[in-house]
Design a protein around this ligand. Structure first.
Ligand code: ADP
Ligand code: MG
Length: 461
């Protein structure tokens, strides 16, 4: 594993101790992350905080999922556990020892499979062993056994391009597990696969990890899929975004094998869903700030076309549908649907109640209107419900020549509401405001403008 990781991430090269030389201390905590904080440095020298105050423990025999949206810092956190990134502050320990270079107790499984195309299945699987100094005969035997274990017997001499995506990820399993890592690290390992293949491989991976004789029984899984987390994990750590912090810990006390269509499973999916979407409810109020640009609630990153499609679908289905049904019908992962659902709720077009999405009267009106009426209705809805957009519009009306520098808005957003990610917030506000024809945007100059026909309403020039 080390070879791939090193190549891909520019890892710190340090001595790596073979896994069987690590003294096994009588302690159930395998990985301990304490007070971890990580920031990157932007090309201009700005600090980009990515992870803050991360504390968690991975215990022996546990499968823990790190669940969060794209950009919440999941991969970054995983790379710290793998010892491929050093924290800005805080520590990572593996069985009581500080991790100061590639973590010898871990192996990594990637979304992209990361196979060497010029090597056969057998050679790809042997790579990890080679890197750990296992001699050729033992290497061959162990690789053959691992290939057999993941169901690829007979494909030893095939090249990756001859294999389907599912088979390639099986090679990924074999390559990671052949070194018998103490802890398996997985970065969205199923997200490049079609739904059915992913489901099969999840179950197979679980069978491998929970097999009584498996040397690898502890795993950390990064995912943005709620269902995947509930399917596989004993505990779910929900990461919030900007910068990444652990918001909630959910314990999944469901017996295995888990059936997605049981009440207990669905209830947990709902809990996790709420933890992901309910971020804003748990944010400490920023007391005393009365900045007009203070975004009271973060704006979901929702595309207006897709939101419209969702509302139309909902209307066609009688105005009330289970979220899971909508996600199936539209072939959207539940997680991709979330920003749209949040946007619909924020604008008063729909509400989620006990797993069902229900269209409101205004939502129905919007869904059935023609395009121009929709824009008009949308403008009313955002002005009433999105203070950021209303404020931009007000500032534009009051400004000299109906112009406002984008930077001015981002700076004030950053100062008053750093936790929401000012660029993304403004990005959504720009898209929505443009669609509603409340303002225009010149990306080259970074300027917001009143539409021509409204300019007479502001100060003249
Ligand atoms: P996730 O895996 O949850 O999608 P990542 O850990 O990949 O999130 O990234 C979290 C944030 O950190 C993103 O905003 C990303 O742009 C930023 N980031 C990740 N790696 C670097 C890096 N090497 N330099 C600067 N920013 C980075
Ligand atoms: Mg990632």
């Amino acid at each position: 594993m080390k070879n791939n990781n090193t190549k891909n991430t520019g890892a710190r090269a340090k001595n790596s101790i073979p896994v069987h030389h690590i003294p096994l201390v009588a302690e159930t905590s395998v990985i301990t992350v304490s007070g971890l904080h990580k920031h990157f440095t932007a090309p201009g020298g700005d600090r980009l905080p990515v992870l803050e105050n991360i504390d968690f423990t991975l215990r022996e025999g546990e499968i823990v999922a790190l669940l969060g949206r794209s950009g919440s810092g999941k991969s970054t956190l995983l790379r710290h556990v793998a010892g491929l990134l050093a924290p800005s502050s805080g520590t990572v320990h593996y069985r009581g020892r500080p991790v100061e270079g590639p973590n010898p107790g871990t192996a990594m499984l990637f979304q992209s499979f990361a196979l060497m195309p010029w090597l056969t299945v057998q050679q790809n699987v042997e790579l990890g062993l080679q890197a750990r100094g296992v001699e050729p005969v033992a290497r061959r035997e162990r690789a053959v056994a691992a290939i057999d274990m993941v169901g690829l017997d007979g494909f030893e001499n095939a090249y990756p391009k001859e294999l389907s995506g599912g088979m390639r990820q099986r090679v990924g399993f074999a390559r990671a597990l052949v070194v018998e890592p103490d802890v398996l690290l997985m970065d969205e390992p199923f997200s490049a696969l079609d739904v059915l293949t992913a489901q099969t491989l999840r179950n197979e991976l679980l069978a491998l990890l929970t097999h009584p004789e498996s040397p690898t029984r502890t795993a950390l899984l990064v995912t943005h899929s709620i269902e995947e987390a509930v399917q596989l994990a004993d505990r779910i750590l929900v990461l919030g975004t900007d910068p990444g912090t652990i918001q909630v810990e959910l314990r999944v006390d469901l017996p295995r094998p888990r059936n997605r269509h049981t009440r207990g499973f669905e209830a947990l999916v709902e809990d996790a869903y709420e933890s992901l979407t309910g971020e804003r409810a748990e944010l400490p109020p920023t007391a005393g700030t009365h900045d007009p640009l203070r975004a009271a609630t973060p704006l979901p990153q929702a595309d207006v076309e897709q939101l419209t499609g969702l509302l139309e679908e909902l209307d066609e289905r009688g105005g009330e549908v289970e979220l899971a049904v909508v996600s199936d019908a539209l072939s959207y992962e539940l997680d991709d649907l979330m920003p749209l659902v949040e946007a619909a709720e924020l604008l008063g077009y729909a509400r989620v109640e006990t797993g069902k999405l229900r269209l409101s009267g205004t939502g129905r009106g919007f869904a059935r209107a023609d395009i121009l009426t929709r824009k008009h209705l949308f403008a009313g809805a955002v002005l009433a419900n999105v203070p950021l957009i209303a404020t931009i519009r007000t500032l534009l009306m009051a400004s000299d020549g109906g112009r406002l520098r984008e930077q001015y808005v981002t700076d004030r957003l950053r100062a008053s509401c750093p936790e929401h990610g000012s660029r993304q917030q403004l990005g959504t506000a720009i898209t929505w405001g443009r669609y509603a024809e409340l303002y225009e945007y010149d990306a080259r100059d970074g300027v917001l403008l009143l539409p021509r026909e409204d300019r007479g309403a502001g100060s003249q020039r």
